[in-house]
Design a protein around this ligand. Structure first.
Ligand code: GLY
Length: 305
């Protein structure tokens, strides 16, 4: 067994580890943990603590992938509940689809019994308005949102510039290697923007025969390079985990044009190895690791590449 999450996984790691120890299906164990991350207002890039889009509305993305069957469930731009991993699991288990967005995702959330809740944290709403006032003229502010929003895309972002997701990768007691993600995406993003967190192959991928990978930070780059799928495919082609991640980093490094920033890559292989690297960032990302040989989950620092 193994559990690897990024730093924001902290509030959910204990319950996930306990469930894995008791033999739970990895996706159920990770969704339980992610539920806690999503409800924690101190996590500023996921769930209730996240930042809104440019219109001041919360839009949540998330996904699960079962590495035994390679079934996927994903949601995008969910507005009325922040439990996107749970709704993503329902897409995988209840629908013949892999991704549902917008009103349909909120509808499915209601059908599985998730109440419609207030998803914008008061502080997030205040900071959102303050940022708009800083960049807009009085006239533009009066007219908002009936002004072109695209020019604001490069002007405003979240205070922490975290652009983070919570990513969980696990191998459960039945040797199933699975992945789960959840995020509120970039703060002040253009409405309807989907990052990598709901995109199979970009933000996450799992195959119980080989391993799993998931990304945080600038999702656009992970989508452009199919980073998570690249890593698992490189494992399938016989590369070591180190070389598979190196290959994916080289692909990201070769991107020309477009928006380029940081990316953090998390990966595990079927033998229980793990690797976390921070690309093009000022500081290393932190991650949580748990294996049965450990007395408690450990918070570690990623490699800088
Ligand atoms: N990696 C999270 C996002 O880009 O939305």
């Amino acid at each position: 067994m193994i559990l690897l999450t990024n730093e924001t996984g902290g509030p959910g790691i204990e319950i996930t580890v306990n469930q894995l120890k008791s033999g739970a299906y990895g996706i159920d164990a990770m969704v339980e943990g992610i539920n806690k991350v999503e409800a924690d207002p101190t996590i500023r890039s996921v769930g209730f603590g996240g930042w809104p889009n440019i219109l001041g509305e919360m839009e949540f993305d998330g996904a699960v992938m079962d590495g035994n069957t390679r079934e996927v469930g994903a949601v995008g731009a969910l507005k009325h509940t922040y439990h996107s991993a749970q709704v993503a699991r329902a897409v995988m288990q209840k629908l013949n689809h892999v991704m549902v967005t917008g009103d349909g995702a909120d509808r499915l959330a209601a059908e599985i019994g998730l109440p419609k809740v207030k998803t914008l944290l008061e502080n997030s709403g205040e900071v959102w308005e303050q940022k708009l006032r800083e960049v807009l003229s009085e006239e533009e502010f009066e007219k908002f949102p009936n002004i072109p929003l695209a020019p604001l895309n490069s002007t405003i972002t979240d205070p922490e510039k975290v652009r983070d997701t919570t990513v969980f990768l696990s191998k459960d007691a039945d040797q199933g290697i699975h992945a789960a993600t959840s995020t509120s995406g970039w703060g002040w993003k253009y409405p309807g923007r989907l990052g990598d967190s709901p995109i199979a192959g970009g933000g996450y991928y799992a195959d119980s025969r080989f391993g799993a990978a998931a990304c945080t930070h600038t999702g656009e780059m992970a989508i452009r390079c199919s980073t998570s799928r690249s890593i698992v495919m490189a494992l399938q082609m016989g590369k070591t985990l180190d070389d598979a991640v190196k290959f994916a980093v080289e692909e990201v490094d070769g991107l020309k044009g477009g928006f380029i920033a940081g990316l953090v890559i998390h990966a595990i292989d079927v033998s229980g190895n793990h690797k976390v690297v921070s690309y093009n960032l000022d500081e290393p990302g932190k991650y949580w690791l748990w294996k049965p040989s450990m007395s408690a989950p450990e918070l570690r620092e990623s490699e800088m590449v």
